[in-house]
Design a protein around this ligand. Sequence first.
Ligand SMILES: [Zn+2]
Length: 161
Amino acid sequence: MPRKPSKHNTTNKKPFAVNEEFPRKCNQCAKKKVELETISYDANMRHDGRSYSFTVPKLEIMVCKACNEKVFTGKVDQQIIAAMRKHIGLMSPAEIREGIKRIGMSQKEVAERVGIAEATLSRWLNETQIQSRSMDKLLRAYFSIPSVRKLFESDPIVAGS
Ligand SMILES: [Zn+2]
C-alpha cells in the first residue's frame, strides 16, 4: 500500500471527499448510476471464532441505482467494524485511548506490558481491526486495576526491548 504521510488527515471523518463527483460509473453494470447513500445495512461477520449478525443503522456507502451493487471500500469496512465492536460490547478506539491516557503510559509501553505488538494496538486504534474478547478483558483489567499493572511490570519479555 502506498503511503502519503504528509497528506494524512486524521480530522477528516467523512468517508468520501466532498469534491468527488456523483453519479459514478458502475463497475458491475457500467451505467453511470452510482450514488453515495446512507443505508441501513445488515451485516454478518465472523470474529474471534464467532458469527455475528447486526445492523449498521447509518452506513455511508456507494450504491448503484441500476443494479444495486454496493461498493465496499476501506471506509465502509471501518464503519462496519465500528458497529460490530459496539454490538459485541468491546471497547472503542476512543475508550482504549482514554484508558492509556488515564494510566499515563505510551501506546508502546502498554503494548509491551500486555504482550502485543505495537502495530496490533495501532490497528485497534485505527479501526482496521478489532481486539479479541479476551484481549478486551485483559485491557480493561490493565487500565482499571493497579495490581494487574504491577504484575505485568515484571514481565521478562520487556527486558529485550
Ligand atoms: Zn450497476
